[in-house]
Ligand binder design. Structure first.
Ligand SMILES: [Fe+2]
Length: 431
């Protein structure tokens, strides 16, 4: 009998070892596999923009750029041959539109409509497009994108920033999947915008995410230096955007991310603060924020560690994905427990839209939480969280429009209808 048990145990250990080795090979291959890739933008700042691309042959490429499509008078050559290309255009003017073209001998490059603008110190109006859980190709992803295109009247200059709330390339975020699920369907966007992509749990299954994207670690795009690519801030005109990683890094109250967030929010001088991360602190739209087990407790972690910080600094808007639907709160504060502990006391302004906040940064001035994880997938769910009264089992994306005193967020559904909308106005009047 003992011999049989021993044999079974040895067999099990052998199977686990085979699985482990197989998994390691699969993860490494999916993460490191070389793929061709058209040029795309990363690391936007007020004075620079970086361009990356990947070619079948090792070679020297170059970028031509200038202030109009007909005057690409500046040329930047690479200094070494490589298949993985990276060039930073520096000494640019802030808040300025540039046009560019990439030349690389072994790759036929689509140079149509390549332009970008540098980050602005000031700008009267700005518009963001936000998609969540968008990494599944097909009619839904295409139609959600088509509705943005209609909304901006087929003119990309009407859009200032593109934010992705994670799960950007299902199912595992491999190099190949990123090409198929993000770079190909959104090829016109990656030419013109830095994809400010949040890491989702599906992106975290491989090591490709932080190889593909480059995020500011040293306050290059504004804010306080984070020294981590997983969390950082970007300042553009009226907006202080903070990106957190709810998946791969410590969510502890005394962790690097929480400590940095306090420092960054304390130093902020911009009128609007939006915080984006994948796993929502409140949700009943597929994932349940009441459950200790859902997503290994990440929903609860994000709520218990970070909501007190959002309250302390009066963060205006928190954006997440992960649940494949749409959910939205009123202006709320101080809710750290399960949904049955949410009461009227947590609601600061009990209305559907037209919230008012003081322009003076204040503790407990309220935050709106929005989940938009239905930009390519939709899950049937109960959508019954009391903190999220405006919830819809609909596909779509968010259009966020900012001025120095107003923030408007619209849920643009797959049929082109604004299915939910609110505005926060900041006044100098002390409330
Ligand atoms: Fe997810």
């Amino acid at each position: 009998m003992k011999k049989i048990i021993k044999k079974v145990l040895l067999g099990l250990v052998f199977l686990i070892a085979i699985y482990g080795v197989g998994r390691f090979i699969d993860v490494s291959y999916g993460s490191l596999q070389f793929v061709k890739r058209q040029p795309y933008l990363v690391s936007q700042t007020q004075t620079s923009m970086a361009i990356k691309w990947q070619t079948p042959k090792s070679e020297v490429g170059k970028v031509l750029y200038g202030l109009s499509p007909d005057t690409l008078i500046n040329v930047l050559n690479e200094s070494e041959t490589s298949k993985k290309h990276f060039l930073t255009l520096g000494k640019l003017n802030e808040c300025t539109q540039y046009y560019y073209k990439v030349i690389s001998p072994s790759l036929i490059i689509d140079n149509n409509g390549r332009h970008f603008r540098t980050l602005c110190k000031e700008k009267q109006t700005q518009r963001l497009w936000v998609i969540g859980d968008s990494g599944k190709v097909g009619a839904n992803q295409r139609e959600v994108y088509a509705q943005l295109y209609k909304y901006i009247k087929n003119d990309y200059k009407e859009l200032d920033m593109w934010l992705l709330l994670g799960d950007n390339a299902y199912p595992s975020g491999t190099q190949k999947q990123f090409n198929k699920k993000l770079f190909k369907p959104f090829k016109e966007l990656v030419k013109r915008y830095t994809p400010w992509a949040v890491a989702g749990n599906h992106d975290a299954r491989r090591w490709a995410f932080y190889d593909i994207f480059d995020f500011p670690t040293n306050a290059e795009a504004g804010g306080v230096a984070s020294l981590h690519e997983e969390f950082y801030s970007v300042e553009d005109a009226n907006l202080h955007l903070i990106v957190l990683d709810s998946e791969t890094i410590s969510r502890a109250k005394d962790g690097d991310m929480a400590e940095w967030l306090r420092r960054d929010l304390r130093a902020n001088k911009k009128p609007w603060v939006i915080v984006a991360f994948h796993t929502p602190p409140y949700s009943d739209g597929g994932h349940k924020s009441d459950s200790y087990w859902d997503s290994r407790g990440r929903l609860m972690d994000m709520r218990e560690t970070f909501v007190p910080i959002f309250d302390e600094f009066g963060v205006d808007l928190v954006l997440s994905g992960h649940s494949h639907g749409y959910e939205r709160s009123k202006l709320i504060i101080n809710h750290l427990g399960k949904s049955d502990t949410f009461t009227q006391n947590n609601i600061l302004q009990d209305r559907k839209t037209n919230y008012i906040k003081s322009a003076i940064k204040k503790k407990n001035s309220g935050t709106i939480y929005q989940v938009c994880g239905s930009s390519a997938k939709l899950d049937g769910a109960t959508y019954n969280h009391p903190a999220l009264p405006y919830s819809l089992e609909e596909m779509g994306s968010l259009i966020i429009e900012l001025t120095p005193t107003t923030l408007t967020s619209k849920f643009l559904n797959i049929n082109g209808k604004i299915a939910d909308e609110f505005t926060i106005t900041k006044t100098i009047r002390k409330k």
